[in-house]
Design a protein around this ligand. Structure first.
Ligand SMILES: [Zn+2]
Length: 264
């Protein structure tokens, strides 16, 4: 009797172990199936896939903005340089032109690539609005060129309102920033020589700054002011610059919200 009971118990535990192995195998196989296909197709990117929430990747058509290189675009979309080169049949020089359309295979959500250069030059941050309903760095580059600005786009950064193919809150980096050139955004008080010019797309005399734009502005201003040790009193709107005669960045610009956002 004792022996029988022992045998039954042994059989049951083996069945339990066997069932456990099956369950583990099912979990393992189904977790493998959740690995995004693109991470298998593009093994070079594995090292830079972030371990946080899974990124929804998709193919994107990107219009090259002023100053952008394949390196910069690859960083923006978290893809390999070679993936862009292959998808667009670029030659080894990887030369691309402003306005050119590029296929970006398996692109992640766009993220800003803000290079911080060593410089003693930047003492102020000046905030503008474009005073237009729509726009992007490429549009403003063209219009500033037509207005006679030597290097085109007068700002150092443009923050999109989600028009002209850009996402709301997307930060576009101007060639003036990449080349560390003077701005062409604020003549008053010589701000072009010492102030970083940031333009929010929109007309804030009649519209409002979106949450996405405000979040991007706060992120950008804090990144810059901390790196260049710019005091809070030197962060101002175009219209607040001594001798400037403008209402830029518009009467609806939410100064209280902005100042609370950038902190101390
Ligand atoms: Zn302005």
């Amino acid at each position: 009797m004792k022996l029988k009971a022992k045998r039954i118990f042994t059989k049951g535990s083996w069945r339990f172990v066997f069932q456990g192995i099956i369950v583990c195998m099912v979990i393992f196989v189904s977790s493998c199936a959740r690995i995004p296909i693109e991470s298998v197709s593009y093994p070079t990117r594995k090292s830079i896939i972030r371990p946080s929430a899974p990124v929804l990747r998709k193919n994107v058509l990107h219009t090259v903005a002023p100053g952008e290189t394949v390196w910069r675009i690859a960083k923006m979309y978290d893809v390999g340089i070679n993936d862009i080169t292959r998808a667009n049949n670029l030659n080894t020089s990887k030369k691309i032109k402003m306005g050119q359309r590029l296929n970006i295979p398996a692109a992640a959500g766009i993220k800003p690539v803000i290079t911080l250069y060593t410089s003693q030059k930047w003492k102020y941050i000046i905030i503008h609005h474009s005073a237009t309903d729509v726009g992007n760095a490429l549009c403003f580059h063209g219009s500033h060129k037509r207005r006679g600005f030597d290097n085109g786009l007068g700002y150092h950064f443009v923050i999109s309102n989600g028009t002209k193919g850009k996402q709301a809150g997307q930060i576009e980096v101007s060639p003036r920033w990449i080349k560390q050139q003077n701005g062409a955004h604020c003549k008053a008080s010589d701000m072009n020589y010492k102030g970083i010019g940031i333009c929010l797309v929109g007309n804030f005399n009649k519209n409002w700054v979106s949450q996405e734009q405000m979040n991007a502005l706060i992120y950008l201003v804090n990144t810059l002011r901390k790196n260049y040790k710019i005091p809070l009193k030197n962060i101002m709107g175009h219209g607040q610059v001594p001798k400037a005669q403008t209402d830029c960045p518009g009467k609806n610009f939410p100064w209280v919200k902005f100042k609370m956002g950038i902190g101390k």
